[in-house]
Design a protein around this ligand. Structure first.
Ligand SMILES: [Zn+2]
Length: 395
């Protein structure tokens, strides 16, 4: 029997397909694995026996896993492999290492100045991962892979298409910079796509194969999930909902255009308006808190933002007709002061209006991950789901 790192890359054998299925789900029954892989029940049963004998797959208690199903749940053995997720954030880098049951073994935050260079980031990631791996008795080369989440759209081969939160990174080749420092497979994706993967793996959309995620945070991002996979588009920059133009004469946007949705419903722009209003510096967390409390002025800021957010989502719905919208990001934590006017505006701006006969209006849910857990866990999910690989192993 191959080891788990080899099985992960074996796309032909039933054992390889089951290992990747269990890595993506965390835990599953033989029936679920048969359905998700398309393998017959007897083929699944034979391969599972081999994987159990090799110590790669274990039986887990259904109740202990919170599923409550009568069928036996299976999972990868916790010690059979490790993978890491990296968030390259604004003024911080966060790195987690997980085992094959998705348990977090190590979680490190590294403060770094806001205008850090790609080389500095890669050095920090290498040094921290080296010591995190050492404390777990492994090396970076033992990892199944490292997933990197970044606040910018990425090409399929790991080039930053433009820098929004990290403007000086436009054109940077992540594959080149990280592959010289990390001796393992590398995966990379923009943070909103990572957020969708985290929700699919651990959050509000487990079991959902089609949905659209809108993330309202400092900027506005999103993801389109079709048939259980994140749609990336021809260049990797699909679902940049923040740059839907609502007014060609509107405020200038970081993308070089004017009147983008982000200039109305993105945290940066809202904070700037709040600072003009209050005459004092305002952080995104202060903004969210004051809007939630319904403070004078802030209530209006957030209602206006929600109006434009619903408009953008209505356009998206008319084009794609999704069954489900997930609302993520810090503005979602404001609650009904943001979500109610957003839904009213959505209904005004879409063909999928709930009052129209024969129309199935989309459901709305709030994301489970609302801090930056979505991004870093989504980076782990890049490896577990084998999404967005930019560097293959030397083998
Ligand atoms: Zn824009």
């Amino acid at each position: 029997m191959q080891n788990i790192n080899e099985l992960f890359l074996d796309h032909d054998s039933p054992a390889g397909r089951l290992v990747r299925g269990l890595a993506a789900f965390g835990a599953a029954t033989a029936g679920q694995l048969s359905k998700s892989t398309g393998l017959g029940r007897s083929t699944v049963s034979t391969a599972l026996t081999e994987l159990r004998d090799a110590g790669i797959v274990i039986d887990v208690d259904a109740k202990a896993s919170g599923f409550g199903r009568p069928s036996q749940l299976l999972s990868l053995s916790p010690g059979s492999g490790r993978c890491a997720g990296v968030l390259l954030g604004l003024g911080e880098i966060r790195i987690v290492i997980c085992d094959m049951t998705h348990a977090v073994l190590s979680d490190v935050w590294i403060p770094i100045r806001r205008d850090y260079t790609p080389e500095e980031a890669a050095d920090q990631v290498r040094d921290s991962l080296t010591s995190q791996c050492q404390s777990l008795g492994i090396t970076i080369a033992d990892l199944l892979g490292v997933g990197v989440a970044i606040s910018a759209p990425l090409s399929y081969d790991g080039k930053v298409l433009n820098g929004d939160v990290l403007p000086t990174w436009a054109g940077v080749d992540l594959a080149e910079i990280f592959s010289t420092r990390l001796d393992c497979p590398l995966h990379a994706e923009n943070e909103s796509h990572c957020g969708a993967l985290a929700e699919m793996t651990w959050g509000s959309t487990v079991g959902e194969s089609d949905f659209i995620l809108y993330k309202f945070d400092l900027g506005v991002g999103g993801a389109i999930v079709r048939d259980g996979a994140v749609v990336r588009g021809v260049s990797g920059s699909a679902a940049e909902f923040g740059h839907i133009v609502l007014d060609p004469d509107g405020a200038y946007c970081r993308c070089g255009n004017r009147g983008c949705l982000q200039t109305y419903a993105g945290g940066y722009h809202l904070i700037r308006r709040a600072e003009e209003f209050s005459g004092q510096p305002v952080t995104i967390d202060q903004f969210v808190e004051r809007a939630r409390e319904g403070r004078i002025g802030y209530r209006r800021f957030i209602e206006d933002a929600a109006e434009k957010a619903g408009w953008g989502m209505g356009i998206t719905s008319s084009i794609l007709n999704p069954p489900l919208f997930v609302i993520a990001g810090k503005l979602a934590t404001i609650g009904k002061a943001f979500l109610e006017p957003l839904e009213r505006s959505f209904n005004r701006h879409t063909l999928q209006h709930p009052d129209l006969p024969g129309v199935s209006a989309p459901r709305f849910v709030v994301a489970k991950f609302l801090g930056n857990d979505d991004t870093v866990m989504g980076a782990v999910a890049l490896v577990l789901r084998q999404h967005g690989r930019i560097v293959s192993p030397a083998t």
